[in-house]
Structure formats: structure tokens, C-alpha cells
Design a protein around this ligand. Structure first.
Ligand SMILES: [Zn+2]
Length: 68
């Protein structure tokens, strides 16, 4: 068997929001993460044993670094 996919309850996923910006998530199976759909936030939260770790301290930024 290949690496396990995220197996989240859709009802659970539907109520989860980014703790930083309150946006919805999309599931990234390859990275085992929940990724904030807010382009201005775009934090990715790890999922461990099918349990999302919705801690800003644990999240990583997926936003591309831009210099303004
Ligand atoms: Zn967010």
C-alpha cells in the first residue's frame, strides 16, 4: 500500500476554519496538510493520524515570498 491519505470526516472538514484568518481549508493529500484557502494567509496545517493540528505555531507558510 502507498502512503496513507488523509481520512477526514467531510462533516468535520466543513466546520474547520483557519485559526488565523477563519477561512476554509482544502485538503492536500500529498503533503498531509490542510491548506488555508485564503491566498493572503495560505498557512498549511499538519494532519497527524487523521487529526488536524490547527495550531498557528505548527503551521507552515505556503505563500510565495515576495519582496515589495
Ligand atoms: Zn488562514
Amino acid at each position: 500500500m502507498a502512503a496513507s491519505k488523509i481520512n477526514l470526516d467531510p462533516d468535520l472538514l466543513a466546520i474547520l476554519v483557519c485559526p488565523k484568518c477563519r477561512s476554509e481549508f482544502r485538503v492536500d493529500d500529498d503533503a498531509n496538510e490542510l491548506v488555508c484557502t485564503n491566498a493572503g494567509c495560505a498557512l498549511a496545517y499538519p494532519v497527524r493520524d487523521d487529526i488536524p493540528v490547527l495550531l498557528i505555531d505548527e503551521a507552515r507558510e505556503t505563500k510565495e515570498a515576495e519582496t515589495h
